[in-house]
Design a protein around this ligand. Sequence first.
Ligand SMILES: Nc1ncnc2c1ncn2[C@@H]1O[C@H](COP(=O)(O)OP(=O)(O)O)[C@@H](O)[C@H]1O
Ligand SMILES: N[C@@H](CCC(=O)OP(=O)(O)O)C(=O)O
Length: 377
Amino acid sequence: MDSTSTPLRPWSRAVVKVGSALVAPDGVPSDVHLGAIARFVVESRAAGREVVVVSSGAVAAGRAALGGGRPRTIPEKQALAAVGQPRLMGHWGRFLDAPTAQVLLTHDDLVHRDRFLNARNTLAELLGRGVVPVVNENDTVAVDELKVGDNDNLAAHVAVLAEADLLVILTDVDGLFDADPRTTGSARLVPVVDRVDAGVHAFAGGAGTDAGTGGMRTKLQAAEKATSRGIDTVLVNGTDAARLGALAEGALHGTLFRALDPPLPAKKHWLLHATPVAGRLVVDAGAADAVCRRGASLLAPGVVAVAGDFGRGEPVEVADEAGRVLARGIVRYAAHELVRVRGRQSGELEAVLGYAGPSAVVHRDDLALLETPDPDG
Ligand SMILES: Nc1ncnc2c1ncn2[C@@H]1O[C@H](COP(=O)(O)OP(=O)(O)O)[C@@H](O)[C@H]1O
Ligand SMILES: N[C@@H](CCC(=O)OP(=O)(O)O)C(=O)O
């Protein structure tokens, strides 16, 4: 193990994501890494901290049980996950010195407020009772459009849901490198990332093993999601027992993605990182400038085009005329109303619609910015 380490801030609740590369190296579930990972969980709990595990490996475990190659169709994958999930729980049950609980989530559970709150209450109850929740995507019922799709992003959602102060992503590399270490021999480890921006995303390559999903790309998406909500995120080699031991002592040998300070408020985080959008508003340069640079609400005169069939109160994206998405926000008019009032002065809205509506199409309190407009655009 290298001698450089980064101190971890004290934490009290962590989500620990364990990828297929660790649960099923070579595509076959194996105990080889789980002992040391479980020890990290057990030691952390003994020190009075709480841990939620997000574990991949259901599909690999199902495949090992039934035989055959990598699943191609969705029903094949779903069937293998159904066979593999209880086996996966069996693995964790043997290693964690605590009662475990299976928690299977889909994207819908994270996006809809009532379901989000239900899941949050359940996790809190489990943790309060000294249980280790073991979370996975509900692969058996989730069709593609309802899926988070990969467990790195799922783990970031769970970290927000569980109000964790640390997200630990364990995988089979030493951390984030400035290029994919499989293809670039000279790639160097990046010990600390202050902000997950486009330059950092450019480091990512695909999955390292047949069983892995998304590789570094989805780990960086997860780090961006979690850090923007104020959750420190670390990427650590879970095949290395010494690194796991050091981590339990508060010394990180890997990559630290620092939490954003101050974090994004919950509503803005939800708009940017959790909910899908129901449509798009295209705005002119003046409106783009007002929204992005002056923190103004979006008004009808600046809207040049409307796409999608959304109702009032739904999330939409706001784009400039070049197609760059600038922001996401909650719209106060339905699409069929906006088609009629776009480009109109605010004073004309009542005459056009036949009733008095709000002056803001998207109020600034309901806007989360992604970009500042191109000054030449
Ligand atoms: N810039 C990078 N830094 C580190 N690893 C990278 C990078 N780009 C791609 N990878 C690959 O990502 C792999 C880990 O992702 P993945 O195989 O999906 O693992 P897991 O199953 O743990 O999610 C590593 O084995 C590595 O080969
Ligand atoms: N839910 C799937 C895992 C999907 C996944 O994201 O895998 P990985 O990239 O290894 O974390 C399973 O249990 O097989």
